[in-house]
Design a protein around this ligand. Structure first.
Ligand code: URA
Length: 427
């Protein structure tokens, strides 16, 4: 049966279900430039309003995977397992996690992205390490994964990995159509399934700094992704984790690398260590390994794998990290307990300081970002430093301060403890 873009758009606009044939046709025709950007944008908006059934979402995901090639690591001598975070502020977990899980005996093929808007990107962070390169060929990836001294690779996805998603995501980003559960689920899972990992742990963020603001929304997204993974033969579990306040004490590129190295050296903020170990335990269990990641972190094996992984991609793990040219301190305006440090406010401020980009392809500043000297639950006194803002472009201080205006809450007393980090588990 022949199809055309307008009838596919009309079907979804009017609340109908797309047939397998319509989905296969529209994704393929979009990839080949036959369906125009404005038609795909209209379809994305119709999907955002009307939703997609489980069958439609699975078929859409398969069509996105089929738009490119699928990697295969089944011949590696060790089990493959990966994690994906839906994106947060200060979320540097991939940096210590990938070498830690590799040091436990798994292979971690971690294809990562660059940041857009207020959420940071793993590749932007690692690119602050002098010499480090995000582009790795598939044969070199395979060598790194098979090497027992490395075992992990964090790199950019090649152009042939779900190319339909790359084009569609760029359209969604500029047409207000990112926040659709079936579109987010199929976008993330098409890339992860095409990447060829046997197992996957999803870190689905919930809260002010996340795409999904409520536990119910995050649970729906997590369930959709777990189902897609399992239907495609990828052993998938999801954790729902809090993103009301930034993870750790830094948001920025080099600042987050430095904090990740602290974690690998046995220190670092408690929340970053807790989430790294929680996710590592899930991944190690999925890989069928019987080892406690806490021991591997404590005895320095994870650090050895980090160093080998950075060197294998041209980076110098001993080089000094870039530092921003200018800093400004934000001080506490009253005495009491810090009860709120809003993730969205801190993320937007770090972005405006130069840590993030407003449009794809822009340069980020390696040294820009925010150091947090207090975390929710800490007692603070008037005038003490709460945040240090870092940037190469001091004009940005005013814009960052505006984003932070309502981000800090200090109350005279607080009876509540800071909330739990892990809010649920699916799978
Ligand atoms: N990350 C993705 O890769 N895709 C989405 O749609 C949202 C977040």
């Amino acid at each position: 049966m022949s199809h055309d873009a307008v009838s596919v758009i009309r079907t979804k606009r009017d609340g109908g279900e797309l047939s397998d044939g319509q989905i296969d046709w529209v994704v393929d025709a979009f990839t080949r430039g036959i369906v125009a950007d404005e038609q795909m944008s209209a379809l994305a908006m119709a999907i955002l309003w009307r939703g997609m059934t489980r069958r439609e979402t699975a078929r859409w995901t398969a069509a996105m995977i089929g738009s490119g090639s699928r990697m295969d690591f089944t011949d590696l001598p060790r089990p493959t397992v990966d994690k994906h975070s839906t994106g947060g502020v200060g979320d540097k977990i991939t940096l210590p996690l990938a070498p830690l899980v590799a040091a436990c005996g798994a292979a971690v093929p971690q294809l990562s992205g660059r940041g857009l808007g207020h959420t940071g990107g793993t590749l932007d962070k690692l690119e602050s390490i002098p010499g480090w390169r995000a582009d790795v060929t598939v044969p070199r990836m395979r060598e790194m994964l098979a090497d027992p001294a490395i075992g992990a690779v964090i790199c950019a996805a090649g152009a042939d990995l779900a190319p339909a998603d790359k084009r569609l995501y760029a359209l969604r980003d500029v047409t207000g159509t990112v926040e659709s559960i079936p579109l987010i689920a199929s976008s993330i899972m098409s890339k992860k399934i095409a990447e060829g990992t046997a197992a996957l742990v999803l870190d689905v963020k919930v809260g002010s700094g996340a795409f999904l603001k409520t536990v119910e929304g995050a649970r729906e997204l997590a369930t959709a992704m777990v189902e897609l993974g399992r239907d495609a033969g990828v052993d998938t579990v999801a954790l729902l984790t809090a993103m009301d306040t930034p993870l750790g004490r830094t948001a920025g590129n080099a600042l987050e690398v430095a904090e990740s190295v602290e974690v690998l050296a046995g220190g670092g903020p408690a929340d970053v260590v807790e989430l790294t170990l929680t996710l590592a335990r899930e991944m190690v269990a999925q890989a069928g390994l019987h080892i406690d990641p806490a021991d591997v972190l404590a005895d320095g094996r994870a650090m050895d794998h980090w160093r080998a992984m950075i060197q294998a991609q041209g980076g110098d793990p001993d080089a000094a990290l870039p530092v921003a040219k200018h800093t400004e301190v934000v001080r506490a305006e009253s005495t009491g307990v810090l009860t709120g440090l809003d993730a969205m406010g801190v993320g937007i401020a770090a972005w405006r300081l130069g840590a993030g980009r407003a449009r794809q392809g822009e340069q980020v500043q390696a040294g820009a970002g925010i150091e947090m000297h207090a975390k929710p639950g800490d007692a603070v006194v008037t005038g003490q430093p709460l945040l240090t803002l870092h940037t190469d472009t001091p004009d940005a201080f005013g814009h960052a301060a505006a984003a932070l205006a309502d981000a800090v809450t200090i109350e005279s007393a607080s009876d509540g403890k800071p909330g739990e980090l892990v809010l649920g588990r699916i799978g």
